[in-house]
Ligand binder design. Structure first.
Ligand code: GDP
Length: 304
């Protein structure tokens, strides 16, 4: 929790500070104010559509309720963000899903450098500590060093890793891993994949093949297809997420590097433009720097 707060400090600095500055400077709630607000929200990476929508709704509300006082307007904005983020607005499920019986499979996707392997390492450690048996599959056979990196995490976490040769067929690795998970009755199999977004057709085919291989052995899996995005890349993270969503249907997002980010608004953007819940957040490079995403806490954190 402390880490969570510390990480949000930075988001707050930019997002909250920008809003605070906006309120400190305005005298009347006029069109200029709404223009500034819209710009501030866009700057904080809440996403263009969301920024426009919040501003429009606020404009209506200010008119309707005849609000003039800046504190009251600020409160309305925070409430709007809480509604957008929070469970109250949508019945969003931010928790990871597990199979009721037999192995659960989590498939991780995302571009190189987003933090997939690191997140898998942290998650495997957490699940292992909870007493679950975990198996990792090194199906990112494309990026040099990815297999070894996952193996290092496997050793750290004390969980086994199924791997093949670099440049090999990722689906073959996944097949071996699924068969082993079934045989050993592993609780959770976590699959790392390559993130070549430059070649969308290949990526799509590869992910589809991996899914087929999983489903042939375990018809109800993968329980989660988690897209990992680098939170520091702001709007770029959003467009990346959109592109990935076209290649494979995802069940959740992992937002990494929020510890170094002033872009807390991006969580809102992906949620509202992709309709995919954020399930985990990365708060650092360490083994314990992974947290569940708590929407309401997150938004209050931005304005605390
Ligand atoms: P992959 O290519 O998607 O597997 O990405 P990696 O897991 O190799 O991560 C890329 C870099 O980002 C590594 O240097 C990680 O240590 C770093 N990284 C991953 N997650 C986080 C995070 O939550 N916070 C910070 N500060 N760094 C992270």
């Amino acid at each position: 929790t402390e880490k969570y707060d510390a990480a949000l400090e930075k988001s707050r600095d930019s997002f909250g500070a920008r809003l605070n500055k906006l309120f400190a400077n305005f005298r009347t709630v006029d069109e200029d104010f709404f223009d500034d607000l819209e710009e501030t929200l866009i700057g904080a990476d809440v996403g263009f559509e969301t920024a426009v929508r919040i501003t429009d709704e606020l404009r209506d509300e200010v008119k309707l309720r005849n609000v003039h006082d800046s504190n009251a307007v600020a409160r309305v904005i925070v409430q709007k963000l809480v509604d957008l983020y929070g469970e109250s607005g949508k019945d969003e499920d931010n928790s990871l899903h597990f199979a009721e019986e037999g192995p659960t499979v989590f498939l991780f996707v995302g571009v190189n450098g987003a933090g997939k392997t690191t997140t898998i390492g942290k998650l495997a450690n957490r699940l292992h500590k909870e007493g679950k048996s975990v198996l990792l599959a090194a199906a990112d056979t494309f990026r040099a060093g990815a297999i070894q990196q996952l193996q290092v995490w496997g050793e750290r976490d004390d969980v086994p890793v199924v791997a093949g040769p670099e440049g090999g067929d990722p689906a073959a690795v996944v097949y071996d891993a699924v068969v082993r998970a079934k045989k050993e009755n592993t609780d959770v199999l976590i699959v790392d994949t390559a993130g070549r977004l430059q070649n969308k057709v290949n990526l799509m085919n590869e992910l589809a093949k991996i899914k087929r291989v999983i489903q042939r052995e375990l018809p109800d899996q993968p329980a989660e297809v988690l897209l990992v995005v680098d939170g520091t890349t702001g709007q770029n993270a959003l467009s990346q997420a959109k592109e990935f969503n076209q290649t494979t249907e995802m069940t959740g997002l992992v937002l990494t590097k929020l510890d170094g980010s002033g872009k807390g608004g991006i969580v809102l953007a992906v949620r509202n433009e992709l309709h995919v819940p954020v399930k985990l957040v990365g708060l650092g490079e360490g083994i314990d720097d992974l947290a569940d995403f708590e929407p309401t806490k997150f938004v209050y954190g931005l304005f605390k």
